[in-house]
Design a protein around this ligand. Structure first.
Ligand code: ARG
Length: 578
């Protein structure tokens, strides 16, 4: 649509010259003023002329009428009308057909892509679970939003580095070591894997803080033991170091399974522990710059001037904190990757943390502070106790995926029992359903997860989108070899669909500008709805007229291409048969 808009804007710019105001508005300015009218009766594009009346010193109605004339005789425009100060433009179906299909056929898997980011590097810090703590549904957001943003940036030509900043250091390891030594053994962990680790972790937490419901009294001495074990780990105690490494390896192996289901790979797994020896230099820098203040024994950076609570750098006992580590990690990444942008995806609960340490980086004099971007997202809750796990009140991501895959398998067993690679399809559709459901919402919104809704094959869901893609594949298989010499426009459903297809590049740009993968998810639903309307109302392979048949097959091919380009941008796999 961008090229069509450009061409129309150039004609409008000429029209403005004839209004006696040469150069008052450039074609580029006019492009950004062209709107998509809210309903179809108002055409495909509209120019609100009241926005021009001050510059052109004329009434909007007069401007609309004059500009209307400037669009006569253009192949792309079927109708231009001046209505109440708006210039409403209806595009020609035949033109759309030729123009949009040629564009998609020409660019293929690069349709929607740009080289806007050429030569630029973006690092993305996402997923980053805390080892030993459960990898639960709360991590779904950072994992899939983070990966989508990576894919979107790659599509726009950026070099991207995906970093899993594992929470692999901290007192939780002290707790886990105590729990392991008390209640665990090698065999039990080797067999039970991460589930056992999480179980031990939950048990030790209950034991330390007590759990009234389960009649467990609090035992603070265990907390001291845990701190002592962590301290030993910090000092390099061989036994604890070996346990620590082992716990991480077991957890990582488990995360990898989940990442594989989502098609996610990271470029770096440098976790929090990696930055231990990189923090002192930054703390020294803060001290040298006179930014550190001692408050009740702790070292802080005062941020009152910026309406924020102080950023904590060192605890009273001199140990470092979450912000300290993030500052050191950012400096390391800037040196290592020379990034142009560093994106951090976490729950909105961490927004203050990021605002604080971004400010500290600025105060430290790092001139790249404004290349740091925090992308927050809302909370997820789950409807229905069915999914609650042994661990009590958290739902593990892998259990959620497992439940979805099982339900999809059952549905498919009914709908399509003869399908070949059933397991693969069930995994792609099940996992895809969850991702799609999650990414249909604006990221900042809180979500209540309802499995039945996510898996509804007839709703605006992942399965519906994947089913639509498979439908385009089926049409193309049935069509076989087919060449199209003359594209022939015949039905309004075709124009409607082509208009949707033409907007993909803009949607990609919007999704990147707003760090909002849901733009793509919703766009996929638009394509699916429009294609299905076309599919139901217009015979494709069975069209009587050869030219109409060939044209509609080409339209289907374009839909297939666009969905094919869009799916990976939101971590969805595509299946040719469902
Ligand atoms: N591990 C943290 C958590 O689970 C998220 C880390 C986010 N990234 C960062 N650089 N702080 O809450």
């Amino acid at each position: 649509m961008q090229t069509i808009k450009k061409m129309i804007a150039e004609k409008l710019a000429e029209g403005i010259v004839s209004l006696g105001a040469p150069g008052a508005l450039t074609a580029d300015e006019l492009i950004s003023m062209l709107e998509y009218p809210p309903d179809e009766g108002m055409g495909d594009l509209a120019l609100p002329c009241f926005k021009l009346s001050r510059t052109l010193r004329r009434a909007p109605v007069q401007i609309a009428a004059a500009l209307c004339d400037s669009l006569t005789g253009i192949a792309a425009v079927e109708k231009a009308e001046a209505v109440n100060g708006y210039l409403n433009i209806t595009l020609s179906g035949q033109y759309l057909l030729e123009h949009v299909l040629a564009d998609i056929a020409d660019k293929k898997d690069r349709y929607g892509a740009t080289d806007e980011g050429k030569g630029k590097t973006v690092v993305l810090d996402y997923s980053s679970p805390n080892v030993a703590k459960p990898f639960h549904i709360g991590h779904l957001g950072t994992t899939v939003i983070g990966h989508s943003l990576k894919k979107l940036h790659e599509f726009a030509g950026y070099k991207c580095v995906g970093i899993n900043y594992l929470g692999d250091w901290g007192t939780q390891f002290g707790k886990l070591i105590v729990a392991y030594k008390k209640w665990g053994n090698k065999e039990m962990i080797e067999q039970g894997g991460i589930d056992k680790l999480v179980e031990l972790y939950v048990k030790i937490n209950n034991a330390i803080s007590g759990n009234a419901d389960q009649g467990i009294p609090a035992d603070p001495a265990l907390g001291d033991e845990a701190r002592a074990e962590f301290h030993k780990l910090e000092l390099g105690d061989a036994e604890n170091l070996a346990l620590w490494r082992w716990f991480i390896d077991i957890s990582l192996a488990e995360y990898e399974k989940t990442y594989k289901q989502l098609g996610i790979e990271f470029d770096s797994y440098k976790g929090e522990s990696f930055y231990t020896d990189k923090m002192p230099a930054e703390v020294q820098k803060l001290r040298d710059k006179g930014l550190l203040q001692i408050d009740d024994g702790a070292s802080i950076v005062d941020l009152e001037k910026y309406n924020m609570p102080p950023c904590l750098i060192l605890k009273r006992d001199g140990s470092t904190l979450y912000p300290t580590r993030d500052i050191a990690a950012a400096v390391y990444r800037k040196n290592e990757y020379k990034f142009d942008k560093a994106i951090y995806v976490t729950s909105a609960g961490q927004s203050l943390h990021f605002a604080q340490w971004f400010k500290v980086v600025e105060l430290m004099g790092y001139d790249w502070y404004n290349e740091l971007v925090h992308v927050p997202y809302g909370t997820v809750s789950i409807n229905g106790a069915k999914l609650a796990t042994r661990t009590g009140n958290v739902v593990l991501l892998k259990d959620l995926f497992k439940a979805a895959i099982e339900e999809v398998s059952a549905i498919m067993e009914q709908k399509n029992p003869d399908l070949a690679n059933k397991e693969e399809v069930a995994e792609a559709v099940g996992v895809g359903a969850i991702v799609f459901y999650y990414l249909s919402n604006s990221r900042i919104k809180d979500i209540n997860f309802v499995m039945e809704d996510a898996l509804n094959f007839d709703g605006n869901t992942g399965p519906y989108a994947q089913y639509t893609y498979a439908r385009t594949c089926a049409v193309l298989r049935k069509a076989g070899e087919c060449s199209c010499d003359q594209l022939t426009y015949t039905a309004p459903e075709e124009a409607a669909l082509l208009k949707v297809l033409s907007r993909f590049p803009e949607k990609v740009a919007n999704a990147i500008a707003d760090y909002e993968p849901s733009v793509i998810t919703r766009y996929i639903l638009d394509v699916a709805a429009s294609f299905n309307r076309f599919y139901h109302n217009c015979p494709i392979v069975n069209a009587d007229d050869a030219a109409v048949r060939a044209t509609r097959i080409e339209i289907t091919r374009a839909v297939n291409q666009v969905l094919s380009n869009a799916f990976p941008l939101i971590c969805m796999r595509k299946m040719e048969k469902i």
